[in-house]
Design a protein around this ligand. Structure first.
Ligand code: 5CU
Length: 382
């Protein structure tokens, strides 16, 4: 019998070309050299990507770009396969012509990064696969974006693409994106939807809370809003086979889904645009299991599992599948590294323990979330 694989669908890399791009910049996002005088014998460079980074940025090193480090991290935690994606903020800050050119090169780099990774011989699959990226910047032409979708679809180790929430400047409910969704759906690529901007910083008040509020709340709220707008625009009605994987278990989307449905019901303009109850669409999405708690995982699975109840066609109404089948283990590596020299990363161990601790899941369901669901979604089953 083949060994059950542990598959990480939420793991990032700053490819060397991208790290060099960040080094070449004088404004955030950027990588800056470490201050020369350091008590540390190995001064690292510093990364500035978010607003209010700790003064001088945070240490950044090979764990962000080296493939050996990625494989070492995977080995340490028993991770067999990783579906790697570029980290935020992707190419959002670039002018249009540069964005197209560098997206093409980074997609080729990621293909090479994955295709030359070791093979898991008894399963005949590689250890690394990837999400490519599109040059999603204001002013980009539809044909350039379609070229990029085509490039990704032709690179055999890229199984989808990572996308932020801004689209080409107006968000993911922008009709300008319709031809892009159509092409992505046709090529059967998975879109990994990931936040970067959070919500308005004024919401965080004046107390010094480091990155806790933007990362714990701002990131997931951003995903919640972006996905809701996409649903309200009817994108999932127009492209019913589009496959979207939401970072951080979809933020607050599942918790708010019945409230959303009720608000839509009371707003005839919006209600008339949609074919189904909002809760149906929420159950059509895929979710990483980066929630750090068993109760949260169980809740997301239960909420998305009831989606069939909300299909308008009576033939489908009531058909439910276990929501866990749409959930997948992730680590968020190289973010959230250990602080106290622990060998295993707490962020990883917690997510694995959370899966094993879901009382309502069978062992088979847990193994699905750990790897089987991802192998199916990314068509890696042999
Ligand atoms: O810690 C962080 O800044 C981040 C980030 O920027 N992106 C991410 O995916 N996780 C954590």
């Amino acid at each position: 019998m083949l060994k059950k694989l542990l598959v990480d669908v939420h793991t990032h890399v700053y490819l060397p070309r991208y790290a060099d791009l960040l080094r070449s910049r004088s404004a955030v996002p950027r990588i800056i050299p470490a201050a020369a005088a350091s008590t540390d014998s190995k001064p690292s460079e510093r990364l500035l990507i978010l607003d209010h980074e700790p003064s001088g940025g945070r240490p950044v090193g090979p764990q962000y770009w080296s493939r050996d480090e990625k494989l070492g991290f995977m080995d340490k935690h028993g991770i067999d396969v990783s579906i790697c994606s570029s980290a935020n903020p992707w190419l959002d800050f670039l002018p249009t012509p540069d964005a197209s050119d560098i997206a093409t090169k980074l997609n080729d780099d990621l293909e090479e990064y994955c295709s030359s990774s070791p093979i898991i011989s008894d399963q005949r699959i590689k250890r690394l696969y990837g999400f490519g990226m599109l040059p999603l910047v204001p002013g980009i032409s539809t044909s350039a974006l379609l070229d990029s979708v085509r490039q990704i679809s032709l690179l055999p180790h890229l199984k989808g693409l990572i996308m932020g929430t801004r689209g080409v400047g107006k968000g993911l409910d922008d009709e300008a994106l319709d031809p892009i969704w159509e092409a992505i759906e046709k090529e059967k690529l998975v879109v990994f939807l990931h936040p970067h901007y959070g919500v308005d910083n004024d919401a965080w008040g004046e107390k010094e809370n480091g990155h806790v509020l933007p990362l714990a709340l701002g990131f997931p709220f951003e995903t919640t809003v972006a996905t809701t707008r996409l649903i309200l625009a009817g994108v999932l009605d127009k492209f019913p086979d589009l496959r979207l994987l939401l970072a951080h278990s979809g933020g607050a989307l599942t918790q708010l889904s019945s409230r959303l449905a009720s608000c839509i019901h009371h707003d005839p303009l919006v209600a008339s645009r949609l074919k189904h109850d909002a809760r149906y669409y929420i159950g059509r999405l895929y979710y990483d299991a980066v929630s750090y708690g068993s109760e949260e995982l169980q809740f997301v699975a239960d909420t998305i599992g009831r989606s069939g109840k909300y299909h308008t066609s009576s033939a489908d109404a009531g058909s439910t599948t276990p929501g866990s089948q749409r959930m997948m283990f992730g680590t968020d590596h190289p973010f959230f590294p250990p602080l106290n020299g622990e060998i295993k990363w707490r962020s990883v161990v917690e997510n694995l323990e959370a899966i094993q601790g879901v009382s309502g899941w069978s062992q088979e369901q847990k193994e699905g979330v750990e790897g089987g669901n991802a192998l199916k979604l990314f068509n890696l089953v042999q």
